[in-house]
Design a protein around this ligand. Structure first.
Ligand code: N2P
Length: 351
């Protein structure tokens, strides 16, 4: 319990630090600082790194890190696509990496990586079978977070997010692949469907659900901790922020859900690819990767890190789901030409 409280305890200062780092880097990237080669402009997600990882990397490498937080995968893609320069290292979802490679927006890793340190099942992922472009960073699941004292019985189906039983107290992720994907599965379809009729049905479900949605946000956990929401479409590891609150639960619905693997990659236009490579190699050390898992509650890809992961996190199904849960999970696939229709529908839903 004490350790769990510690996880919560580090949160405000970490967040403040990240926010400050993010503001600084925004100014820096937009205004074009005097370029210092010992710089790493790191574009990552909130609640997705250890509290000391950046500081310790800076100390070990002499490289200064500007950390900017990403609010959605589509924003990340758009920034790289319109040619926003300055990012050296990004953390990108599996399905998006394929798109970034196809569109020539990332570069090959400048050095070989010790791939044998990865868990066997992550060594040749379909989005980058030979570890040429990326290294897995963290992985987790998509599910429903809920307040246990209000949602009774516990939700076991995606329908719980759509039935309006608890009024306007739902948040959905500001992420089309997860939100529209969950709507598709709730309607009995594949969460990767590009079938226009199926997508229309999912869209209708989301439009009808709007009455119950407080907001679309990727920072869902704060609202839950404050008990301002009852149900949220959620990413598993973020729930560690609520670990000291016994009323917050997490469920992977029986209809199935997504397993995501986010990856470190270097944008084509990165001004400091060598600094990015140094961070990747630094991260691949078991103690470092374990520090990230201990700090944010997401599982990392380095097998030998298990020795350094705190036992209660190793035993926590939020971080390492059971075999039975894993069997219900699929990856998000590259939508190819279907992406356009998903974008259109997502825009209509959010309008
Ligand atoms: C954690 C962000 C998880 C990103 N806050 C999901 N791809």
């Amino acid at each position: 319990m004490k350790d769990r409280l510690n996880i919560l305890g580090v949160r405000p200062s970490r967040r403040q630090f990240l926010q400050a780092a993010s503001l600084f880097s925004l100014g820096c990237l937009a205004g074009g600082c005097l370029d210092n080669p010992n710089t790493l402009n790191f574009y990552n997600w909130s609640l997705y790194i250890g509290p000391n990882t950046v500081k310790e990397f800076e100390q070990a490498s002499g490289i200064h890190v500007n950390y900017e937080m990403c609010s959605s995968a589509d924003v990340m893609f758009a920034k790289l696509k319109i040619g926003t320069e300055g990012y050296d290292l990004i953390v990108t979802p599996d399905y998006m990496l394929r798109r970034l490679i196809r569109q020539n927006l990332v570069q090959r890793l400048p050095k070989p990586v010790p791939g044998e340190r990865l868990y066997e099942r992550l060594r040749h992922p379909p989005w980058d079978p030979n570890q040429e472009w990326s290294i897995p960073y963290l992985w987790g699941t998509v599910g429903i977070a809920y307040l246990k004292d209000q949602v009774v019985p516990a939700p076991d189906s995606w329908k719980a997010l759509f039935d309006g039983k608890y009024g306007r107290s739902v948040t959905m992720l500001d992420e089309k692949r997860d939100t529209l994907g969950a709507a598709l599965i709730s309607q009995g379809f594949s969460g990767n469907s590009v079938n226009p009729e199926e997508l229309q049905k999912a869209k209708q479900a989301l439009l009808a659900q709007k009455e119950w949605v407080r907001r679309y946000t990727s920072d869902f956990v704060d609202d839950l901790i404050r008990h301002e929401t009852t149900l949220a479409l959620a990413w598993s590891g973020d729930l560690h922020q609520a670990a000291s609150d016994p009323t917050v639960g997490y469920a992977v619905p029986k209809e199935g859900s997504f397993l995501f693997v986010d990856n470190m990659a270097i944008p084509r236009s990165a001004p400091h690819p060598d600094a990015a490579m140094k961070f990747i190699l630094y991260y691949m050390q078991p103690e470092v990767a374990a520090g990230v898992t201990n700090g944010c509650g997401y599982a990392n890809p380095i097998e030998a890190s298990e020795k350094f992961v705190r036992p209660e996190i190793l035993a926590d199904p939020l971080t390492y789901p059971s075999k039975e849960t894993m069997e219900r999970l699929v990856f998000q696939e590259d939508l190819g030409a279907g992406e356009k229709l998903w974008d259109q529908i997502w825009e209509e839903v959010k309008r």
